[in-house]
Design a protein around this ligand. Sequence first.
Ligand code: 13P
Length: 249
Amino acid sequence: MAKIVIANFKMNKTESETKDYLISFLSKFEDYKAELILALPYTSLSLAKFMLEGRAVAISAQNISEDDEKGATGEISGRMLAGSGASYVIVGHSERRTKFKENNKVINQKIKNGLKNGLSIILCVGESLADRNTMKTLATLKVQIEEALKGLYENELENIIIAYEPVWAIGSGKTPSPKDVELAVKSIRKVIEEDFSPKASEQIRVVYGGSINPKNAQKFASISGINGILVGSASLDPNIFMQIINACV
Ligand code: 13P
């Protein structure tokens, strides 16, 4: 199965910087045997839709309102995201959980709202350093997944990618061992098996994210049970991101 490689630009790049990035990216673009997804700032979505027309690269947003359009100044709805070219949206990133106090209940609403509007979801989960140090990694993952996916139908899991991102590995240059990731993925799939079915557990796509670079990308992408990777800062340079993609295909 083709590996999934996701870039998360976070709050980086103006529209014209994204344009320069995509020009460089597309100049070296090949028909990769990977599923590529670029998670861009809102202000770059329409431009990317235009520039990536006909290319096998999906566009993702990085956040969505939990409600449909109404009095919610500054928010963005699923319909708006889809209309601007997004087919995915990231939900539950640790930066939003921490800085914007998004809890599992809000994350669950955002997932439902995204699905309702035809978007696929990249659901981020992961333990903090304190969780890890107190052996609570697997318990944390279980709660995050169960609460985020509460009330979903099994067939909706086809449109969900779970991204395992240990909070302490994001932007730190530190990574868990492949064994740790394998264990975490096993426990993620076990939760899906218990709450949905063995088939759903086998089919759900799980990626790893946190301090991925060209040197370690292949190692993480090839861990048993892992379907791909989610890349933050190393995706911001098109040449480096290309090296990461090439390492995974
Ligand atoms: P880094 O790759 O910069 O550690 O970020 C990971 C991340 O948060 C992707 O969503």
